[in-house]
Design a protein around this ligand. Structure first.
Ligand code: PXG
Length: 475
């Protein structure tokens, strides 16, 4: 072939293929992530065909409010022209070049500079990858390399938490604390251990939230002492656990974690893949929760999901050692610093700055969501309603109208999934983590759109309640 023109027949426009046709081709060829394919084939995938602002449309023209920002990533909302233009310009000028052999591209340099500007002051350098999982793989190799250079090669162990999510690669899934993931593929890899999560609802009964925050942080100290501080390389955590169900730690937790890590010389890694880029009402979640990490993993919101990009912000303490004493760090990806992804990252961060989205979450829509969620706490199915910035969780419980508190449903009933089904049909996307209904809408959402979203959520809670009543599952 001497031509770059494809000889394959062009796929027909969307209108020429029915939803059913897409669904059967999907079932025949596409293995989806985290999916039971027999169940999917029986129901058929929902085919999403376009989006604008905070709304999606499927192949049947059904409009839905995307209260999950795609997958916690479309921070600036859909249809932002400046991101599309940045990608188009870069694709035309230089679609790819690598950063391995004494070369760099201008978008990667520009994004590195901009990330240093918006990150906390200890960060002036970045290592790029293609996703959050790759970022966390980089973290594991980098912290072990750091201690090795410093003559402490036995400092290998990384401490994480049960019910954490840090990705799906071997290192990412090992750092994560999902037992279902560990069971598949012989994980965790050696040198990764887990402590309990700072979930007050599950583990803090009988204590105030602040008391529990200190207790939960001291589980880290206990584990460091058990392992021997000289063996512990780092502690990693999401400021707020996202995929684990929007678990918001007590205010006392992170400062105490920082104190403990400082005392024992353990590095602190903040996984900002969900919390970064304005989600909590600050540029990064560590700023909201008052700690000072040595490394920050990022992905998702760095490009608002328009193209894949991730990486690690490397604190000066680590960068200095790697650069001045380490020689070559034998690590990197073909797409480390991909010019198109980085050009979109630059346009995305500039847009967040121009629109003042971090302030918008902090001062306006974050507090407004908190207020509207506090009202939802009165719903007979809702045992707890919590928010942090533009993340929210509603815990569904049984029998609240009987005793005012309620109890958890039998997990086998999959009440969360029932509610999620009502949500999609009614036109709002929420995630169900067990019976915890979670949201993380685009940061561009307005107060009026929050009202619209909360009205839809309330309606879905009502429908779920009626459904449970009809099935005789309420006590
Ligand atoms: N860290 C955190 C905190 C994440 O939330 C990753 C790392 C991995 O990023 P990549 O780009 O490799 O996927 C994530 C990803 C869910 C869900 O169901 C959440 C994620 C991914 C897929 C599903 O909530 N978060």
């Amino acid at each position: 072939m001497t031509t770059n023109q494809s000889t394959a027949p062009a796929p027909g426009p969307i209108a020429q293929r029915s939803t059913q046709d897409w669904q059967s081709a999907d079932a025949a060829h596409f293995l989806h992530p985290f999916t039971d394919h027999q169940g999917l084939a029986a129901r058929g995938a929902r085919i999403i065909t376009r989006a604008d602002n905070i709304y999606l449309w499927d192949s049947d023209g059904h409009k839905v409010l995307d209260a999950m920002s795609g997958l916690w990533c479309v921070n600036v909302g859909y249809g932002q022209r400046s991101l599309v233009d940045a990608a188009t310009r870069q694709l035309q000028q230089l679609p790819f070049y690598n950063a391995f052999f004494q070369t760099a591209t201008t978008p990667a340099i520009e994004l590195a500079e901009l990330l240093a500007e918006v990150s906390p002051p200890q960060f002036s350098r970045v290592f790029f990858g293609g996703s959050g999982s790759e970022g966390n793989d980089t973290v594991v190799r980098m912290v072990r390399r750091y201690w090795d250079i410093l003559g402490q090669p036995q400092r290998q162990v990384i401490i994480s938490r049960r019910n954490a999510y840090h990705g799906s690669t071997m290192a990412g899934a090992s750092l994560g604390g999902m037992s279902g993931m560990h069971a598949q593929g012989g994980l965790p890899i050696p040198g990764i251990v887990h402590i309990e999560q700072p979930c007050w609802r599950e583990l803090g009964q009988g204590m105030s939230k602040d008391e529990f925050g200190l207790v939960a942080a001291r589980w880290l100290e206990d584990r460091i002492l058990e392992l021997g501080a000289h063996n512990v390389a780092a502690f990693i955590g999401e400021p707020v656990q996202g995929a684990g169900g929007v678990i918001i730690p007590p205010a006392t937790y992170w400062p105490e974690i920082q104190r403990i890590c400082d005392q024992y010389g353990v590095l602190v890694v903040s996984d900002e893949v969900i919390c970064g880029f304005g989600r909590t009402g600050a540029w990064f979640g560590c700023e909201t929760f008052g700690f000072r990490p040595d490394l920050m993993t990022f992905a998702k919101g760095v490009t608002s999901g328009y193209v894949p990009l991730g990486g690690v912000m490397v604190g000066d303490r680590i960068a200095r050692v790697l650069i001045e004493q380490g020689g070559e760090f034998a690590h990197g990806y073909t797409y480390s610093g991909h010019p198109v992804a980085c050009a979109v990252g630059v346009a995305n961060i500039r847009l967040i700055q121009q629109l003042g989205l971090v302030q918008h979450v902090h001062d306006d829509v974050g507090p407004y969501l908190a207020q509207r969620y506090a009202e939802l706490a009165g719903h007979p199915l809702v045992g707890q309603a919590e928010t942090c910035g533009l993340m929210g969780a509603l815990q569904l419980v049984n029998g609240k109208s009987r005793d005012g508190l309620g109890t958890d449903f039998d997990p086998a009933l999959e009440v969360g999934m029932l509610c999620r089904g009502h949500c999609f049909r009614e036109g709002v996307i929420m995630r169900a983590v067990g019976d915890r209904m979670i949201i993380a809408p685009p940061l561009v959402i307005t107060r009026a759109q929050i009202d619209e979203m909360v009205a839809l959520i309330r309606r879905c809670l009502d429908l779920t309640l009626a459904d449970l009543q009809a099935r005789g599952w309420l006590s």
